[in-house]
Design a protein around this ligand. Structure first.
Ligand code: ADP
Ligand code: MG
Length: 559
């Protein structure tokens, strides 16, 4: 038996690794399973170019075996195994990745599927282990070896008669201490859920003996424990499947499985991009507003996978705020990760993906509006405010992108209409897009200011949401038609004759107007004769750009 020290600096690196790189202990299982999957992949890639190797997918699997008596957890694979040299190089040297070298060697586009690259994942097992033992036998006829380490004092290597090609890693779990309990890694359910969380889409079966209560054969009433080997992971990620093979029910099932919401998704998109940056994505537009949507607790973001292994639960950078309601996943083989594979190294790829996704969501909503109005209005009912905020926020930087997603209630159509629809219907002599603000449609209906505009045969958009007018002020115009509040002083809808008549009247009643102004004092800025009233004796109107409704909102805001 040979005893060797870890390569220089490795000991310190190991310390650091165990104590600070990973945020959660459970990650060690993700790392060992990723390595096992890589090891099987390597046989697969070799078989592609070497006729003497056959690859029958059914012979390859990963097996997880907890042993409560010995307090060990074993991760077994039928992968390529390691020679003595490889054991020393790859497990004896921290930050040495045999997988990265392999990837560079095969130089195949397919080789990209291999997960390993940093050469540290294996050591994460020392977060939970007092001792790690590796039995391995390489593919090419050589003998097997046993490698063992307590993580501090170097490692030992000795020949060992392993029957099958592959690797078996035995983790001797640490003793439980006051605050730390390692027994969870012996519990079937806990292990199952860790595997599901991080490794559900590993392409090879991850098998485990699962014990379940089942009715007895001769007596259905009685339940007995039945232990059976089961495959825990779903293997093929739904986003890698062909769209044509998937039904709406499949997408809905995935939405439920991922707990994206308690509702049904209103709509989904399945994206596969093979451009500057490669990625697959499944996105959902929920049906209902999440209960915490307008609270501080709500976090936007998409699940981010690198090569089908979960990297981040909620990657916020993938979604702009105005699409924060979108749920889903992104999987990319082009991400550069940091060493813990928990954070992204650089955000160039993420930015590219985010840009692409934003465009896809926008186009999807646009086509929903065009082709499935009912669904779009349902969406708008739940998330329309967010779109309006989007128009208004960031000093209007995104207004052009979003303006065609806006809907407002229309006086003449008695339903929601888009700005495009409004403008297309405009009579030739109409110069502006008219709107009126108020608490409700009924209230707005009764506004004296709407009468004259309606009489002219012009459509009015009813703004009942506080953000409506702010959004529109940001837009300023749509297809060169300016927005105009029906309450603004200068509607200019009168013909020449009535204008002259108005001038005359103003002269005649000058004294009355002055007196009224004196009585009302500071409450109004001015008292004027109006030509646009029909059935109402008087109306309030705003000067300049800010409507009365908007003024109310502005007054409520903190200075
Ligand atoms: P990485 O996976 O990033 O390369 P690891 O520390 O997880 O780094 O593993 C180091 C190396 O050890 C791998 O690159 C691989 O060459 C080798 N290795 C680890 N686990 C196995 C295994 N189960 N079968 C074969 N080789 C393995
Ligand atoms: Mg690894």
């Amino acid at each position: 038996m040979e005893k060797k020290q870890f390569q220089a600096e490795s000991k310190r690196l190991l310390e650091m690794m165990v104590h600070s790189i990973y945020s959660q202990k459970e990650i060690f299982l993700r790392e060992l399973i990723s390595n096992a999957s890589d090891a099987i992949d390597k046989i697969y890639y070799k078989a592609l170019t070497d006729d003497s190797i056959s690859f029958n997918k059914d012979d390859y699997y990963i097996r997880i075996e907890p042993n409560k008596d010995k307090r060990t957890l074993t991760v077994k694979d039928t992968g390529i195994g390691m020679t003595k040299e490889e054991l020393e190089e790859n497990l004896g040297t921290i930050a040495k990745s045999g997988s990265l070298a392999f990837k560079n060697e095969v130089e195949m586009k397919d080789g990209q599927e291999i997960i390993g690259q940093f050469g540290v994942g294996f050591y994460s097992s020392f977060m939970v282990a007092d001792k790690v033992t590796v039995y391995t036998r390489p593919l090419h006829g050589e003998e097997g070896y046993k490698w063992e380490s307590d993580g501090e004092d170097g490692y030992t290597i000795e020949p060992h008669n392993k029957e099958d090609v592959g690797t078996e890693i035995i983790i001797q779990l640490k003793e439980n201490a006051d605050e730390e309990n390692y027994d969870e890694f012996l519990e079937e359910h806990r292990l199952q859920s860790i595997i599901k969380k991080y490794s559900d889409f590993i392409r090879y079966p991850i098998k485990m003996d699962i014990t379940e209560k089942r009715p007895k054969e001769d007596n259905e009433e009685e339940l007995v424990d039945v232990t059976e080997e089961q495959t825990v992971n779903s293997m093929v990620p739904i986003w890698r499947k062909n769209k044509q093979e998937l039904t709406d029910a499949d997408y809905e099932a995935f939405y439920q499985e991922k707990h994206f919401g308690f509702d049904q998704p209103l709509s989904h998109l399945h994206i596969s991009v093979d451009g500057m940056v490669r990625f697959q994505s499944i996105l959902y537009i929920p049906e209902q507003l999440p209960f915490d949507y307008y609270s501080k607790e709500f976090e936007k973001g998409l699940e981010l996978y690198s090569n089908s292994v979960l990297i981040m639960d909620k990657c916020a950078d993938l979604l702009p705020d105005y699409f924060s309601f979108v749920k889903g996943i992104v999987d990319s083989e082009d991400l550069s990760l940091n060493i813990s594979r928990e954070i992204l190294q650089q955000d160039r790829q993420v930015k590219l993906i985010a840009k692409n996704i934003e465009k896809k969501i926008k186009n999807h909503l646009q086509s929903l509006l065009k082709n499935d109005r009912e669904k779009y209005e349902k969406f708008y009912d739940a998330f329309g405010r967010q779109i309006k905020f989007g128009v208004y926020s960031d000093f209007g930087a995104n207004k052009d992108k979003l303006k065609d997603l806006l809907l407002f209630y229309s006086s003449s159509e008695n339903k929601l209409v888009s700005l495009k629809e409004y403008v297309e219907r405009m009579p030739e002599d109409q110069e502006h897009i008219y709107y009126a603000t108020g608490e409700s449609h009924e209230r707005i209906e009764k506004l004296p200011q709407t009468e004259m505009v309606k009489d002219k045969g012009y459509e009015i958009l009813y703004f009942t949401d506080e953000v409506d007018e702010f959004a529109i002020k940001m837009l300023m115009s749509y297809e060169e038609k300016e927005f105009k509040s029906v309450s603004s002083g200068d509607l200019n809808l009168e013909d020449e004759e009535s204008k002259k008549e108005a001038e005359k009247q103003k002269e005649e009643h000058k004294d009355l107007l002055t007196e009224m102004k004196e009585i009302l004092g500071d409450k109004v800025k001015d008292v004027r004769l109006s030509t646009r009233l029909k059935s109402h004796p008087v109306c309030l109107s705003a000067e300049g750009d800010v409507s009365i409704e908007m003024e109310k909102v502005l007054k409520q805001m903190p200075d």
